[in-house]
Design a protein around this ligand. Structure first.
Ligand code: ATP
Ligand code: MG
Length: 565
């Protein structure tokens, strides 16, 4: 019996007999079973359901597991709460697990008597030390009426860990086999580590359904089936995109050598080896930079490079107009990410996701600020190996308390000459052009693409292929019937207007914010992700921008708050 699943907070609450606890979980049966396992020696357990009323645990189990219909006397919620209020524990602890009660606590449909009675019971236990009672509300929907806020402890139930996942999948497979007569038709019940990883982030109920679907359709546990269902469940319920691990590695990213080295040094998060070596946890990384220079690209490559799943987290999608629901959605989604960990969690364009936090007190009754608060306190306390990679184009609208939490901040600059060479190499290959065979000189292309971003280089490569194809279709000259040549790319390059020209102010602002420490040969507030090449065109441009800045280096080094103002 996996007692292990009962969360630390809930254990603590049961140990010190807190009068009112709210457990948020999708899996009421598992929570009830775990609580009962944990406290059966010190407490009698009762379960309230709106259909069967208040039952003792044995009757509840017999109704739920064996389908024997049981009906308690107190089906009406008020009757049930009155019964709890008047019950006498006679030195034995009484634990009441309440299901379906959230509807009575919710906004306009709330029943004042329910809130009142719950409060009465809490106060009774405070006043009367012989009243050994505790109520545990279990629901996937968190509703805490303002009147109860000070009396209720909220616990988010953890998703199943590896052992529980393995045990569940195994038992479903064995049960499936027991229904099959011919031994040659029986399926393999072996669960390997890749299956367990694929199931992470799901509830035991969901795991059971997916195992059954997979064996019915494929006669085995198939990771593609697991991932397909998992994706659709998580997208539907929490708006997380968990499986976006694209086939991108560091080789697909040109430049950013400093960042790549930083990441290579820190590889191995969450592995047994790193746990045994007592390697400190990593929190995350903030990538600040110019649009189109590969921030999102390298973020996706990290997961693949570290052999970890990637979870794409969009906080902006979880906002809800109902009071308290956004924070609840946020916590539920984060619990799933914990379930999937070790993993890389990507928050792309974080400044847009958490936009408006500064003024939200006026614009959305403080919801954004509260959601950020929920996120920050989770991020602070989280012990699961989750590496957060956040990208942004400007730090202006980011809460300073968030900016300061990252292990490191990197500035992703426009690519230097050598970096442009390698981006051309990557992009030409990506679009199926073997530049070596057609005598294209990367050096020439890189020299002609000063100030272009990686995205613009990709656009140039694509456009030049269109140009080449147009020429091939329309020209009578046989020489012009070949593949892409340097002149096609050059023609497009000559016409290209770099984004730098339209965004100069924004880029200057960023460069100035990052600053430059001549002694360390690096940025002041963020590390340059790109390797600096003395005398390069980008180097010249940075010098030019920074020469206009009168930096107070010592005063504001590391002080994020003051930097923002
Ligand atoms: N360093 C690079 N190496 C190879 N390709 C690149 C690089 N930078 C950009 N690209 C190409 O440009 C595309 C866009 O880059 P990406 O989306 O990562 O930029 P970004 O920095 O996240 O921009 P934004 O700030 O606008 O979100 C990539 O998918 C890739 O094809
Ligand atoms: Mg991006």
């Amino acid at each position: 019996m996996p007692e292990a699943n009962i969360s630390k907070e809930l254990k603590l609450n049961s140990d010190i007999l807190r009068p009112l606890t709210y457990v948020v979980s999708e899996e009421e049966e598992i929570v009830i079973r775990d609580i009962r396992e944990y406290i059966k020696h010190k407490s009698d357990v009762f379960v309230y359901r709106s259909t069967s009323g208040l039952l003792n645990y044995e009757d509840y189990e017999s109704e739920v597991k064996e389908g024997n219909e049981k009906r308690g006397k107190e089906v009406n919620i008020i009757d049930a709460l009155n019964k709890i209020y008047t019950s006498n524990s006679h030195d034995k602890c009484l634990t009441y697990i309440m299901l379906d009660i959230d509807v009575y606590l919710e906004g306009s449909s709330s029943t004042p008597n329910v809130t009142r009675r719950l409060k009465d019971i809490v106060l009774q236990t405070y006043r009367d030390s012989s009243a050994l009672k505790s109520i545990i509300i279990v629901s996937s929907n968190l509703v805490v009426p303002p009147k109860l806020q000070r009396y209720i402890d909220v616990v988010y139930y953890s998703l199943p860990k590896e052992d529980a996942i393995r045990e569940k999948a195994q038992s479903v497979l064995k049960e499936y086999n027991s229904t099959i007569e011919k031994s040659k038709d029986k399926i393999d019940t072996k669960i390997d580590t890749s299956h367990v990883s694929a199931f992470k982030g799901l509830t035991l109920f969901e795991i059971e359904q997916i195992v059954l679907s997979s064996v019915k359709s494929h006669r085995k546990l198939d990771n593609n089936v697991i991932n397909y269902y998992k994706n659709s469940i998580l997208k539907k319920t929490t708006l997380l995109d968990p499986m976006e691990t694209e086939d991108i590695s560091f080789e697909d990213v040109g430049g950013m050598e400093h960042l790549k080295t930083w990441l290579e040094v820190r590889k191995g998060m969450g592995t047994q080896e790193s746990i045994e070596a007592n390697v400190p946890d990593l929190k995350g990384l903030l990538l600040i930079g110019i649009t189109g220079c590969g921030k999102s690209l390298i973020s996706k490559a990290i997961a693949r490079q570290w052999d970890l799943p990637l979870v794409n987290f969009n906080p902006s999608k979880i906002f809800s107009s109902r009071v308290g629901e956004s924070e609840n959605n946020m916590m539920k989604a984060l619990k799933i990410v914990e379930g999937i960990s070790p993993c890389v969690m990507l928050i792309d364009e974080i400044e847009k996701q958490f936009a408006g936090s500064q003024s939200s007190t006026f614009s959305d009754a403080g919801t954004t600020a509260r959601v950020i608060g929920t996120f920050l306190s989770w991020y602070n306390d989280n012990k699961s190996p989750i590496f957060l990679v956040a990208t942004c184009n400007s730090i202006e609208y980011l809460p300073p308390e968030l900016v300061s939490r990252f292990d490191d901040k990197f500035f992703v600059n426009l690519p230097s000459l050598n970096e442009r060479k390698s981006i051309f190499d990557i992009q030409l290959n990506k679009y199926g052009r073997d530049w070596k065979k057609t005598n294209i000189s990367l050096q020439n292309l890189a020299e002609a693409s000063e100030n272009l971003t990686g995205r613009e280089i990709e656009q140039v490569v694509k456009s030049s292929i269109h140009e080449m194809f147009y020429e091939k279709r329309t020209s009578k000259d046989k020489k012009k019937k070949g593949d892409l040549e340097e002149r096609h790319v050059m023609k497009v390059l000559n016409e290209k207007v770099p984004v730098l020209h339209t965004m100069r102010d924004q880029i200057e602002l960023l460069v100035k914010w990052v600053g430059w420490d001549e002694e360390k040969k690096n940025g002041i507030r963020a590390i340059y992700a790109n390797k600096k090449e003395e005398g390069d065109d980008i180097d010249q441009m940075m010098k030019e921008i920074l020469s206009n800045v009168d930096e107070n280096k010592d005063g504001d080094k590391g002080n994020e708050e003051s930097l923002k103002s």
